[in-house]
Design a protein. Structure first.
Lengths: 56, 599
């Protein structure tokens, strides 16, 4: 199949495509899911991260 | 040479630089790094985010280093792409990133060692992890640096040391002037050009070789041309898995491809310090869901294409590479016209003579060219074309640059070079940033107790990291160094950090003692294995030879000298983490509530 006789390499070739398909399907299904409210911890973290970046 | 660069090529370079400068300026004036977006509470377009992720994580190491390894070992390296996509994108983005992001924010952790240190309430953990990262990430940075320098050297036909110096100066200037902060739109542009460039490379390659099936078939037919030293360790052609088994050197290649390349790098990506911090700069789980989609496709087109094209470059060169002339010393496959050719050249007097030590596996074409007299004997001169590694001068790291320069128009090579270099720059920036913070924030601040006063030490750390990486890049020029250095760093991260990281995210019963012992055991076994067992690394380090008079303590026990440290250290480290945790005092409820709030 596909000019590759070795099953191990053929499996890798096809699994690359299947794994990508899995990521695509998962991403499409959950495209608008998972939005989270911003919590005080997040705000604090962001402010500090910004300071760390600026100090450098 | 530079003088031969044509108008079209100059235009490509100028337009590219102008766009990058424009985006850079726009970035500083308006939208900046991922953190700026978070501060402003704005959303990043998922395409821009995923492309900038890609440009940060995929670099010259994956494309030039591992693509070259595929050119040498073949398409079995695609198992690494399977791991890259399934483990590095799907598992990482869907399962690890959301809790890591939440917990990182709850604990106010800004580096990976800080994350581990605060999760387990241990200064030792933060300092220990900081030291390991400081010491070993320059090895990975060197891999990226070499990849870029090799490409510069090939495109501009300049010596490698000059290319390394040029690239290092540019990187140092970029990092010191303030390029540490990844500007998302520039990153996204680089990611997009890399994506389009790699896709074009694949389409061109398959079209040139007559289609997907035909291309693979042509590559399969070349199996007898695999170099003899690789056949001896299990190479069975570029479209076949290496021989699998245990107890004989003929199985070494399987353990290299699957043990070191696939497992070492494929699993190690989960505990990459820069990756974990990057997860924390994401606004919500929704962005991670979206990035999983684009990331999966991006990685397929980056590493999948690099490994496929790297392998297929053998078929390209066997049909279209520079002609080699010589006499047949061994017929490898009479039906397919495959043979070993002793290369010959004409001396000043016009007489043909052997080029000493140059025997290449070739696909012969045409009939016998002419009969010549060599030292009183009549010899039939024949012409043939060889495989990638021959044209790359024996260095696997040179295969992808040689292929691109030979097969693609020069302007494409230049555009590809610029993209790879800028992608390397964003990766190197984040690596050197990690080097600096690990010694400044994680080691210096924790040891001295002077919190928030480590900026100078961080900067010094970055400079030391750059020098250290450049020195490694200068001295280490072995065939597959890029892939090996990357594998060492990724494997070390997995063995030392993965059980503590994953346990910390998902297992409330995991204790400080469990984390410390698993980290120490993972690190010590890896260091011991690299110094005394894994022959190639042990030979470079030289201590085993000095102390025991042999490069590996298990030299007479194949296949131990090629087994990756990860395969031994990670299982032991996991068992130790679980075992010690079960027998030690669990963390306080208050601390766990703080870590796992909302879960």
């Amino acid at each position: 199949m596909l000019g590759i006789e070795d099953k191990g390499v053929l499996a890798a070739y096809l699994l690359c495509l299947f794994s990508t398909a899995l990521c695509v399907v998962y991403g499409l299904i959950n495209w608008n899911r998972g939005d989270e409210p911003v919590e005080p911890d997040d705000v604090k973290w962001i402010a500090k991260e910004k300071k760390v970046e600026e100090d450098l | 040479m530079l003088a031969e660069v044509e108008i079209a090529e100059i235009i490509v370079v100028l337009v590219y630089l102008l766009v990058i400068v424009y985006l850079g300026i726009m970035g500083y004036l308006r939208t900046k790094s991922a953190t700026d977006y978070l501060v402003a509470g704005r959303q990043v377009h998922p395409f821009v985010m995923a492309m900038s992720y890609g440009a940060t994580f995929i670099s010259t190491s994956a494309i030039v280093g591992f693509g070259g390894v595929a050119g040498l070992f073949g398409m079995s390296v695609l198992w690494l792409t399977v791991c890259n996509i399934f483990v590095g994108i799907f598992i990482a983005f869907v399962f690890l990133a959301p809790p890591a992001r939440r917990m990182g924010h709850h604990l106010d952790a800004h580096t990976f060692p800080e994350f581990l240190g605060r999760r387990y309430e241990s200064r030792f953990i933060q300092i220990f992890a900081g030291f390991i990262i400081f010491l070993f990430i320059p090895l990975y940075a060197a891999a990226v640096l070499i990849g870029g320098s090799v490409f510069v050297a090939s495109v501009f036909e300049m010596p490698y040391p000059a290319a390394l110096l040029l690239f290092s100066v540019i990187i140092a200037a970029y990092v010191i002037v303030g390029g540490l902060k990844g500007v998302m739109y520039s990153d996204a542009l680089q990611g997009t050009i890399m994506f389009v460039g790699m896709f074009a490379l694949l389409v061109f390659c398959y079209r040139f070789l007559g289609g997907v099936t035909e291309a693979h078939q042509k590559l399969s037919d070349l199996a007898p041309l695999a170099p003899a030293n690789l056949q001896a360790i299990g190479h069975r052609g570029w479209t076949a898995m290496p021989k699998f088994g245990w107890g004989s050197p003929e199985y070494n290649l399987w353990w290299i491809v699957i043990g070191t390349i696939t497992m070492g790098v494929g699993i190690g990506v989960l505990a990459q310090p820069q990756l974990v911090v990057r997860f924390m700069t994401v606004r919500s789980r929704r962005e991670l869901n979206r990035a999983a989609l684009v990331g999966g496709v991006f990685i397929l087109v980056m590493t999948g294409v690099a490994f496929t094209v790297g392998s297929l470059s053998n078929a390209y060169f066997a049909e279209n590479g520079p002609e080699l002339t010589g006499r047949v010393v061994k017929v490898l496959d009479a039906e397919k016209n495959l043979a070993s050719l002793q290369l010959m050249s004409q001396n000043e007097a016009g007489l043909w003579q052997d080029v000493e030590g140059k025997v290449a596996p070739v696909k012969l074409f045409g009939d016998v060219d002419q009969q010549v007299e060599v030292e009183g004997q009549t010899v039939a001169l024949q012409k043939g074309r060889s495989i990638s590694i021959v044209y790359a001068g024996g260095l696997a790291d040179e295969i992808i640059p040689s292929y691109i320069i030979s097969a693609m128009p020069k302007w494409f090579g230049l555009l590809f070079l610029l993209t790879l270099l800028s992608a390397a720059m964003s990766t190197l920036s984040s690596q050197f940033h990690t080097v600096g913070t690990s010694i400044g924030r994680d080691v210096y601040e924790q040891v001295t107790g002077q919190h928030g006063k480590s900026t100078t030490i961080t900067r010094i750390g970055i400079v030391i990291g750059i020098i250290y990486a450049v020195v490694i890049s200068y001295y280490q020029r072995e065939s597959t160094f890029i892939a090996r250095a990357t594998a060492i760093f990724f494997g070390l991260c997995a063995s030392a950090f993965l059980p503590a990281f994953v346990g910390g995210l998902f297992w409330k019963r995991m204790t400080r003692a469990g984390a410390i012992s698993s980290m120490v055991v993972g690190f010590v076994i890896t260091a011991f294995w690299l110094t005394f067992i894994k022959s190639q690394e042990a030979q470079t380090i030289g201590l085993s030879e000095k102390l025991f008079g042999r490069v590996s303590l298990l030299l007479d026990h194949p296949n131990w000298p090629v087994v990756d440290p990860l395969l031994v250290a990670l299982p032991v480290s996991i068992v130790v983490a679980i075992g010690v945790s079960l027998f030690t005092q669990p963390p306080s409820k208050e601390h766990l509530d703080k870590c796992f709030r909302g879960r």
